[in-house]
Design a protein around this ligand. Structure first.
Ligand SMILES: [Zn+2]
Length: 262
């Protein structure tokens, strides 16, 4: 079996990536990345992500409004997201969630927008891509209070760029979530996070780049690209004492299960 990689979180519609998106996708493919989830932050990047998914066979899309952009959300945006989500290459609602660290939108607004999009995903039978920063208790409470169809019980979504402890991950897994690790898993001071990644069940783990952010070591501080996801796979393999091929292929298989990728 050839080694394949899935980058489950890349902001391909970001202005830092969009002008070179063809080269970026081709170079990822040459590293074995055969699936990229283009994740949106607002209505415009949702529409752009869907266009990219139409253009590139290895790209799929998540549509949604990020907590930083929560004040841009309204009933009309919700309708348009529902419309975009009809596209066969849209496989998730995201990125949605809560961010009490940067607080770019009031917490109360973020919560309404998060709840509305969790309900949208459940009504569409789609998993969610969740952002959490310093909002763990509320994120767990919100994702735990969604009435999901039976089909979503074991594939409710993913906590992206995971940076919390083992118990939080276990609780999210119990709620049907996958745990996704990004480039911060490779950072020098990330020993606690690496031990979390070593201890969790491998069948619930994903890897991602969060491009253009969070470039893994040794490229920390540079613009990040989906082609770098192999560095996260290598780190995951190291901490678990498994082969690189196994880390890459297992996380790819998990992503295929979550997003119903073919
Ligand atoms: Zn993101």
């Amino acid at each position: 079996m050839p080694t394949v990689l899935a980058d489950t979180h890349a902001h391909l519609a970001d202005p830092a990536l969009l002008p070179q998106v063809s080269e970026i996708v081709v170079s990822a493919e040459s590293e074995g990345v055969d699936h990229i989830l283009a994740v949106a932050v607002d209505l415009a990047s949702s529409a752009e992500s869907v266009r990219l998914a139409e253009r590139f066979p290895t790209v799929w899309a998540a549509v949604g409004v990020h907590p930083h952009e929560a004040t841009s959300f309204n009933a009309e945006v919700l309708d348009q997201l529902r419309e975009l989500a009809n596209h066969p290459k849209v496989v998730a609602i995201g990125e949605i969630g809560l961010d009490y660290y940067r607080n770019l939108a009031p917490a109360t607004v973020q919560q309404v927008v998060f709840a509305d999009q969790l309900a949208l995903a459940a009504s569409l039978g789609m998993p969610v891509v969740v952002h959490n920063r310093e909002a763990t208790a509320d994120v767990l409470r919100f994702i735990g209070h969604v009435d999901r169809p039976a089909d979503l019980v074991s594939r409710a979504g993913v906590l992206h760029c995971f940076s919390e402890g083992y118990e939080v991950a276990q609780e999210a897994i119990r709620l049907g979530f996958y745990i996704s690790f990004a480039g911060n898993l490779t950072y020098r001071r990330a020993d606690a996070l690496r031990s979390v990644a070593a201890a969790l069940p491998i069948e619930r783990l994903l890897i991602e780049t969060d491009s253009p952010h969070l470039a893994p070591m040794p490229r920390r501080g540079q613009v990040n690209y989906p082609s770098n996801v192999y560095l996260v796979a290598r780190q995951l393999a190291d901490v678990r004492g498994i082969s690189y091929e196994m880390a890459a292929n297992e996380t790819s298989a998990n992503a295929r299960r979550l997003f119903r990728w073919t």
